[in-house]
Design a binder for this molecule. Structure first.
Ligand code: 3HC
Length: 288
């Protein structure tokens, strides 16, 4: 098989996004390896994946045969070098911290096949902030999924000045092969399209709550029933993770130094208390 065809995918980071990105690739025909440095996270993935697939079969959305094939293509591997060794495409979905991402990319560059594309699912960092940690910047780009990645139909491909046309095209084709719609940004801007729109909504939502104009529930009702959004900003932050929402803002503030980018106090307090949303049982709402 030609090196130009993506067959083997590796996802690094088995949290909420990484595991869904990986299983989605396996369901759509790719041999997929999923890896993480935290054994307790990896240990939970096989059960999660088989329960998800069983649910799809029970709902009549997937045949038992396709679910079995997807599971057989989905490999959970604890050693990074083993997980990446055959990959044509590596998708990083680790914590939203630039120095950690850069050091991972430096490692991936050493371990991956020379033709492999190294993509980041970062929510906000453009890949030019990471690509120079590798010797293959032309094969580095953003590939940005939305939560829940098994469901959401859009994926952003962000092509930096360092990213070759061939790499961007291959990523766009990959997104299409998942039956998702690509948004191809041919010029970098942090947070890309969707998170910039969402960031404006979050900012206003937290302003209203922080200043006592409305409660999270009331803002969510306004968004859902007044604007027809599927989830209001507070319910959505609880789904995606307040840690993600906070770290994006913290990094942006550190980069620009602009007061308007400082994370709101109410978000910082939640982050400090470890109230990250659904994943910790409490965020803006209580799930216990
Ligand atoms: N994992 C897998 N599948 C899920 C799921 C999950 N966590 N949550 C819902 N689903 C599936 C359901 O099984 C169902 O599938 P089916 O129709 O094929 O049977 C389908 O999604 C619809 O689910 P429900 O009927 O239970 O509920 P809703 O119709 O309310 O849909 C939702 C749920 C898709 C999450 C919808 O509320 C929604 O679109 N919310 C907004 C999500 C959003 O805005 N995401 C973007 C966040 S920003 C982001 O991710 C960027 C990052 O950088 C931070």
């Amino acid at each position: 098989m030609s090196k130009d065809v993506i067959q083997n995918v590796c996802v690094v980071g088995a949290g909420t996004m990484g595991r869904q990105i990986a299983l989605n690739a396996a369901i759509n025909g790719y041999n997929t390896a999923l890896t993480d440095t935290m054994p307790e996270i990896l240990a939970a993935v096989a059960k999660w994946a088989s329960e998800y697939l069983a649910g799809r079969v029970a709902k009549g959305k997937l045949t038992q045969g396709l679910a079995d094939t997807a599971m057989s293509r989905f490999k959970i591997i604890d050693r990074l070098e083993e997980a990446v060794k055959d990959a044509d495409l590596i998708i990083e979905a680790i914590v939203e911290k630039l120095d950690i991402k850069r050091s991972l990319f430096e490692q991936l560059d050493r371990l991956a096949l020379p033709h492999a594309i190294l993509a980041t699912n970062s929510s906000s960092f453009v890949s030019s902030r990471i690509a120079d940690a590798t010797k293959r910047p032309d094969q580095v780009a953003n590939l940005h999924y939305f939560n829940p990645a098994l469901v959401m139909e859009v994926v952003e491909v962000v092509q930096g000045a360092h990213t070759s046309e061939k790499t961007a095209e291959k990523l766009v084709e990959f997104v299409e092969s998942l039956n998702k719609t690509p948004i191809w940004l041919k010029k970098e801007i942090d947070s890309f399209v969707v998170n910039r729109l969402l960031g404006a909504i979050y900012k206003e939502a937290m302003f209203l709550v922080e200043n006592g104009y409305a409660s999270p529930r009331e803002v969510d009702i306004g968004s859902e029933k007044g604007l027809g959004h599927p989830m209001g900003p507070f319910r959505l932050m609880d789904l995606v993770g307040l840690d993600v929402a906070y770290l994006i803002r913290k990094e942006r503030f550190a980069t620009t130094g602009l007061e308007e980018h400082r994370p709101p106090k109410i978000l910082e307090e939640k982050y400090m208390k470890g109230e990250y949303g659904k994943k910790t049982g409490k965020g803006w709402y209580d799930y216990n």
